[in-house]
Design a protein around this ligand. Structure first.
Ligand code: G3I
Length: 325
């Protein structure tokens, strides 16, 4: 797929989440990742829980393995993620004064984005800032999720994080990454309003990643609605990307999976500000994290390759989109 995407009139990157574990032990995993994709997102190995297990103690071995693999295979690295309310080491979650919390966040960003400077093309600077609770959309939070970073700094945690990331690596493209905003509704409306505020405040944000996890029949999202979101971002001078697509289906629904993934890829290929299309992994071998309510990953049909690395209709549908573009 990567070669077809590279020769489009406006080339885009085909991406996938990759984990260092299987990369080291599974040759079919390694081969498929390197041959089919031109961008990788570390699934877990860049997360604070693994990268800074104790304060000031950094562990970059797995992350570096991914970067080396990307370099060897001419792939770009999309860094995931600098600031999130999950995947934190215990010390980072502990009670601390607000100023201390701010310092911890900024130091983490400086150290991690600094370590990977020049090797990571883009970052999810802030992951999943929007709330899941209805009440947060009608109170002063304006839909921004109350969590440890927000509690210490208010919405400004987002501003501070983007400024720190820009300073640490001035050439990296900086994204905010979110789920459930591919469709219409208060979540999208609140995110759009947030983006306007960020732009007005001069926050150095370059784009938005749409995760697009689909794990229940009711979650299927419409590519044309997604297209409107991408265009709305263009209106704000922002890039867009599909960052974590997967479509969990029953065995007899692989046509739905193919249609959903291909529909989003087609939009991305057509909209000038859409830069890449990434799936969250590529083989079902390691289970599906499409629906994290059931973590650990359960066996599931969510990705273009099955557990034996046989391609599914989704793979051919993605190729067809690239072929026809
Ligand atoms: O590797 C450790 C192991 O050493 C430890 O003993 C064990 C005990 O819990 O945990 C293992 O780490 C787990 C890690 O996955 C690697 O397998 C974490 O507990 C587990 O929380 C983590 O889950 C990941 C999850 O994010 C939370 O970080 C999933 O693999 C990953 O697919 C998922 O990815 C998220 C994106 O980051 C954000 N968007 C949603 C997406 C998936 O739904």
């Amino acid at each position: 797929m990567r070669d077809l995407a590279a020769v489009l009139p406006r080339p885009i990157r085909m991406g996938t989440a990759v984990a260092a574990g299987p990369l080291l032990t599974d040759s079919a995993y390694r081969r498929t990742a390197g041959e089919e994709f031109s961008m990788l997102t570390p699934e877990n190995d860049f997360k604070p829980q693994f990268v800074q297990p104790r304060r000031g103690v950094f562990a970059f071995a797995e992350g570096d393995t991914l970067v080396d693999f990307a370099e060897a295979n001419r792939m770009k690295v999309h860094g995931h993620t600098l600031v999130w309310f999950e995947a934190l080491p215990a010390w980072m979650r502990a009670e601390m004064a607000d100023e201390q919390r701010r310092r911890v966040m900024v130091e983490h960003i400086r150290a991690v984005a600094g370590h990977f400077r020049g090797k990571v093309a883009e970052w999810d600077v802030v992951n999943e800032p929007m709330s899941d609770e209805d009440e947060d959309y009608v109170n002063g939070n304006r839909g921004v999720r109350p969590q440890l970073w927000f509690d210490a700094m208010g919405e400004q945690y987002i501003d501070i994080a983007f400024h720190a990331a820009r300073e640490a690596d001035p050439h990296a493209v900086l994204y905010l990454n979110e789920y459930g905003v591919e469709e219409d509704g208060p979540r999208w409306d609140a995110l759009y309003a947030l983006l306007i505020r960020l732009k007005e405040r001069g926050v150095p944000i370059d784009g938005v990643g749409f995760q697009d996890h689909e794990y229940a029949a009711g979650d299927r999202t419409d590519p044309e609605v997604f297209r409107r979101k991408v265009r709305a971002l263009a209106g704000l001078g922002l890039k867009a990307r599909v960052s974590e697509a997967d479509v969990l289906v029953d065995e007899d629904e692989e046509d739905i999976q193919a249609r959903q993934l291909a529909g989003k890829l087609a939009v991305c290929g057509e909209e000038p500000n859409c830069t890449s299309f990434s799936t969250w992994g590529f083989t079902d071998k390691y289970g599906s994290t499409a629906d994290l309510r059931h973590y650990p990953p359960s066996p599931g049909n969510a990705l273009p390759w099955d557990a034996a690395y046989e391609v599914k209709p989704a793979y051919w549908a993605l190729r067809d989109v690239l072929d026809d573009a």
